[in-house]
Design a protein around this ligand. Structure first.
Ligand code: AHR
Ligand code: AHR
Length: 518
């Protein structure tokens, strides 16, 4: 946050605009529109290549955008809710999703087009692909599966697992034929596979493989069926149909380097006779150009192109749906963007400070929570009341004792990006703090209970294992103290807040479950 405040402060002063200085020293524009940040689509428009589609579940892509980003549908009653930006030109209001989806699951049903052209993405229809997962409509993404931070704000990406796909076969303003276009997308750099095909971009309007040159989409992953670059991948390539092109040929382009970045910017563009692949770290630094030059010419069909103008996400042109990846934002432009425009887009993206949030464990595994020093001391609840202690338990202990030290680690009741611990032998009861002591209590359905039972996984405070930070008391962590389990800060008023051994006592290992698997 601080860089944007100081940057807008500087701009305001430079422009001589009236600003109100609060006692804290934070500058607030007297005219809020004067400090509205430019969105990526404002950058493209300034370059003469406006966005004709703009999709993001994390942020506004126009400085003036003040609308809905995506829609979620919850499993409990099939109700839907739009998730909007929290402020004009701002970030997704993820808290609305968390509240709407608490105690149930949600899928992303619509990714709205911010360009005003109505090019929304929805569940992809069946296509020509005839693999094992072919047949009906693709699946929808779990709305909570890809937590991310963007400029410090919590948001969610679109997590594509094999079978998930989005598409719009009836678009408005997207390039067709050999028309020039550009596009970029921002992906999680650590989630990819070698399936076909984690794409975002221009594809066939009938969801069938209509031949060479009927697609022009970004691909990200480690597929080696067609093109490859150097290293082991992942690579940014172009899906031009019947081939993922790393350069002018499908087979190998030494200039197309594996991308090792936490979050990735991927760009392609195509015009008459020429096209390019660019990309880089979405959190830092400039773009590299992996290919720029002639259209593929080894086989017929790629020059001129025969683009059809559908937009897809997470799948191949014929609805091949074996791929994995995570999408945060992307746009399609009209016209061939200049490198200067693309570089300015990358500057905008890096300024958004994307941070992929590690999801510590698969949803719902059974675990035991062990002291991080590796001694056989585990979080355990009493057999007959809600008391929670740290006790010595081994694999030779009686089954009942082992089960009392075994929990289902679920998505957090108040924040699915965090975790909650449900007892395996008293289902519906969770570890929750109350007056800063940890108890095992039945979920009463209230929001206080949900927050008291939700902990965010952090690197271990001692440098070992993990630590669990309270969602409603940031800075306080699950800690063992005098045989009990507490919510403790590093130095504080309660006896269990003592700084002595705080780091070690608040660090834990997520161990294999002591109890027999249920
Ligand atoms: O071009 C690679 C893939 O080949 C396309 O995405 C798909 O339509 C076809 O199977
Ligand atoms: O544990 C701290 C607080 O104590 C909890 O949020 C609340 O349940 C209780 O009052």
């Amino acid at each position: 946050m601080i860089p944007s405040i100081s940057r807008s402060h500087r701009l305001l002063l430079a422009a001589g605009a009236a600003a109100v200085l609060l006692p804290t020293g934070v500058a607030v524009a007297a005219n809020p529109s004067a400090s509205t940040p430019k969105g990526v689509c404002d950058v493209y428009a300034a370059g003469g290549t406006p966005c004709v589609a703009a999709h993001s579940t994390t942020r506004a892509l126009f400085g003036a955008y003040n609308g809905r980003l995506y829609q979620v549908r919850r499993a409990s009653d099939h109700a839907t809710r739009d998730i909007r930006v929290g402020a004009k030109g701002g970030f997704a209001d993820a808290a609305v999703q968390d509240a709407f989806c608490a105690r149930t699951t949600c899928v992303i049903t619509v990714i709205y087009d911010q360009s005003g052209r109505g090019n929304d993405l929805t569940q992809a229809p069946p296509g020509g692909f005839s693999g094992p997962a072919a047949g009906g409509y693709d699946n929808l993404a779990d709305a909570a599966a890809a937590p991310v931070r963007v400029h410090g704000h919590r948001a969610y990406g679109v997590q594509v697992v094999p079978g998930v796909g989005y598409r719009n076969n009836h678009t408005n303003g997207v390039a067709t034929g050999d028309d020039p276009e550009g596009m970029y997308a921002v992906f999680d750099g650590n989630r990819y596979n070698n399936g076909c095909c984690f794409d975002y971009g221009n594809a066939e309007t009938d969801s069938h493989d209509d031949g060479n040159g009927t697609m022009e989409a970004i691909y990200f992953g480690t597929n080696t069926v067609w093109g490859t670059g150097t290293g082991t991948g992942p690579w940014i390539m172009a899906d031009l149909e019947n081939g993922l092109f790393s350069g002018v040929h499908t087979h190998f382009n030494a200039s197309n380097k594996s991308i090792d970045a936490p979050v990735v910017t991927a760009m392609i563009k195509g015009s008459h006779d020429e096209w390019a692949i660019r990309g880089g770290d979405a959190t830092n630094g400039p773009l590299s150009t992996f290919y720029s030059g002639a259209r593929p010419n080894e086989v017929e069909g790629y020059n001129p192109m025969r683009k059809q103008g559908a937009i897809l996400l997470g799948i191949g042109g014929d609805n091949s749906n074996g791929a994995a990846g995570t999408f945060y934002e992307g746009v399609m432009t009209s016209g061939h963007p200049s490198e200067a425009t693309e570089n300015a887009v990358q500057t905008n993206i890096t300024a958004a400070h994307y941070q992929a949030v590690p999801v510590a464990l698969d949803p719902g595994p059974q675990v035991s929570v062990q002291a991080a020093d590796g001694s056989p001391r585990f979080v355990q609840h009493d057999a007959d009341d809600d008391n929670v202690t740290v006790a010595t338990v081994t694999r030779g202990s009686p089954v009942a004792e082992r089960q009392d030290a075994t929990f289902v680690q679920t998505a957090g009741l108040a924040d699915p990006g965090c975790v909650s611990f449900e007892s395996v032998d008293h289902s519906g009861r969770y570890l929750r703090h109350q007056n800063f002591r940890v108890h095992l209590q039945p979920d009463d359905g209230g929001s206080l209970f949900a927050r008291d039972a939700t902990f965010c996984v952090r690197p271990g405070n001692s440098g070992k294992g993990r630590s669990f930070e309270s969602v409603n008391y940031p800075g306080r962590f699950l800690r063992q103290y005098a045989g009990g389990v507490y919510l403790a800060s590093d130095g504080g008023t309660n006896s269990w807040d003592t700084a002595t051994n705080w780091a070690a006592d608040s660090s834990w290992l997520i161990a294999k479950p002591l109890g027999p698997q249920q």
